[in-house]
Design a protein around this ligand. Structure first.
Ligand code: ATP
Ligand code: MG
Length: 571
């Protein structure tokens, strides 16, 4: 048992930082950064990294930079930069005046490369990319020295300068670090630092025709910005010796790289390359398609920044890769929306219902509670009249066992309104489909239980036909049918696991009149139907909603079952 006032245990990165503060390792500073490459939109995995880096800075009174690692001009675009800035802000983090670009350091990086050449620690190599791969060796066989490895410092300086000046064609020469071609760590086998590449850079234009490689650039960017804890994902663990080598050989300020497990989610792919493929291939309708695991997709779908932050906090930080159940993310979204989303009534599949004994032109404004979780959110008026829409699913001509909703002769309660009894139905002559119900209402009781003790087992939502507003509603399911979409048959790729049912569009929905003109981004709970958010496709005369999540909470069920199991295990 932990004491009630016990602080939550520190994760391993918090422990490292707390220890560093104790020993004054960085003069009491904590300085992290979030360093996205602007080659795509941010996804929920990035949110974990953002929450971690900005969160640590907040907790320990430090700073966190936003830095664009924009060293590869081929895949990078301004559109991505703008979206990343918007997304990090939306998540609730502030880098103040510390927005940096790796490309702003190109000149300094070049000078440091010259320094390594002068120290005999880097050389210009003429091997083709294919030859370089061959010389590199494998995990089980050592590599071979490049024939250009022994070039003199003067020759290297001259060639490197001419690489920069544009004297050589693309891909013809590289600058490589001179480390150890027999190292068991392949990253240390004379890694490439610069390549010749004529590509226009979104910030430096045509100034450069040599571009630094990721490992070289990244370590220097951290050093220049005085980062203390350079936090990255586990794949970079065996790049750390190289990170350290570059900084030590240069003798410059040397941050500590710390690796943590990247976030993986069930039913989700998380690589920007693949997400781009989905966008380009038209499998989704853009980076912000509400089915995408991108921050912008989640925002459009109706997720709140608070729920994403809560989720990131809950999943914690570990040293081992694992996959998180997406139900856990949805649980955090529901929990947050439950507190903040006003309740309204919206009918997704309308069935017309006429209350025969209700006066023809009468309209009553009935009181409805905006949020039972928060009385402060008050009440509103909802119009009731003779013709209503109910949910088609809430009626069965031949109700099966345990179906307690409306059926011929059956009485149900209408939310905030009267008891009604089904007295008849109208069918389409051709199809036999029920197209209209006739009911009578009991003018006496409203809301709660019947005073004469009549048992009514269902409470249905409804809208007044004459007052309701038409709406389009988009329902979503997982983008993939498989929990692990990357797991595919030979010859297939992850796209074979795309779900054909991830989007269902309902165009004839009816919502209560108060929703007319609701602004994009406004969130509601449609009673019994889930949480919904107004889509940017909406306009003054067209309402479009995305269903954010259903009300069914798979994660709550899993947790409950686990607790029950633990309990039975204890006794
Ligand atoms: P992807 O592999 O999805 O393309 P990336 O790692 O190439 O992502 P970057 O722009 O380089 O994307 O990432 C910026 C930061 O976000 C990095 O520090 C990276 O470690 C972190 N990051 C990326 N994906 C995840 C993830 N799934 N979980 C946690 N952190 C992540
Ligand atoms: Mg990357």
């Amino acid at each position: 048992m932990t004491a009630p006032d016990a602080r939550p245990a520190l994760n391993f990165i918090q422990e490292i930082i707390a220890e560093d503060l104790k020993t004054n390792k960085w003069d009491g500073r904590v300085h992290t950064r979030f360093p996205p490459e602007p080659n795509g939109y941010l996804h929920i995995g990035h949110a974990k990294s953002i929450c971690l880096n900005f969160g640590l800075a907040d907790e320990f009174g430090g700073l966190c930079n936003l830095r664009f690692d924009d060293t590869n001009p081929i895949k990078e675009e301004q559109e991505y930069i703008d979206s990343i800035i918007e997304d990090v802000r939306w998540l609730g983090f502030d880098w103040k005046d510390r927005l940096y670009y790796g490309s702003d350091y190109f000149e300094q990086m070049y000078e440091w490369a010259v320094q390594l050449i002068n120290a005999g620690k880097a050389y210009v190599c003429d091997l083709t990319p294919e030859q370089t791969r061959q010389y590199r060796g494998t995990l089980t066989t050592p590599g071979k020295d490049s024939p250009y490895r022994t070039r003199s410092v003067d020759e290297n300086l001259d060639l490197f300068e001419r690489m920069r000046a544009g004297d050589f064609p693309d891909g013809s020469r590289t600058l490589r670090a001179k480390i150890d071609m027999a190292s068991p760590n392949l990253n240390m086998r004379d890694p490439v630092m610069y390549r010749v590449l004529r590509a226009r850079h979104h910030r430096t234009g045509d100034k450069w025709c040599i571009y630094p490689m990721y490992d070289w650039a990244h370590a220097l960017e951290d050093s220049i910005e005085g980062i203390t804890h350079s936090i990255c994902t586990l794949e970079f663990e065996n790049h750390r010796p190289l990170y350290d080598w570059f900084l030590d050989e240069l003798g410059v300020y040397h941050p500590q790289q710390i690796e943590f497990a990247r976030l993986e989610l069930t039913y989700t792919i998380m690589s920007k390359r693949r997400l781009l493929e989905l966008v380009d291939g038209g499998h989704v309708c853009g980076w912000d398609d509400p089915r995408m695991p991108t921050i912008s997709g989640m925002r459009r779908r109706g997720y709140t920044p608070e729920s994403i932050r809560t989720f990131c906090k809950r999943i914690g930080v570990a040293k081992f890769n694992s996959t998180v159940d997406i139900a856990k993310l949805e649980h955090a979204v529901r929990e947050d929306l439950n507190k903040r989303a006003p309740r309204v009534m919206g009918v997704l599949h309308p069935l017309r219902v006429v209350i025969d004994n209700y006066p023809e032109h009468q309209v009553e404004e009935l009181d409805a509670v905006n949020n039972p979780e928060d009385p402060g959110m008050g009440t509103r008026k909802v119009p009731f009249s003779r013709v209503l829409y109910l949910e088609r699913d809430d009626f069965r001509e031949d109700p099966p066992k345990k179906f307690f909703r409306l059926a011929p002769g059956r009485e149900v309660r209408l939310r905030y309104a009267y008891y009604i009894t089904c007295t008849g139905m109208v069918k389409d002559e051709q199809t036999g489909e029920v197209v209209e119900l006739h009911c009578t209402y009991d003018p006496a009781p409203r809301g709660g239980d019947s005073p004469d003790g009549r048992k009514v087992k269902a409470t249905l939502h409804w809208v007044s036909a004459a007052h309701a507003v038409g709406a389009e509603v988009r329902l979503y399911d997982h983008l993939f049918t498989k929990a692990d979409p990357g797991d595919v048959e030979a010859g297939q790729d992850y796209k074979s696991n795309l779900s054909p049912n991830s989007l269902e569009v309902l165009t004839h929905c009816k919502v209560e009149p108060g929703l007319a003109g609701a602004a994009p981004g406004t969130r509601y709970q449609f009673e019994r139907n889930g949480y919904f958010c107004v889509d940017p496709d909406s306009s003054a005369d067209r309402l479009v909603f995305n269903r954010t999540v259903t009300l069914r909470d798979a994660w709550a069920r899993i947790e409950k079952a686990q607790m029950a199991q633990e309990k039975s295990g204890e006794s």
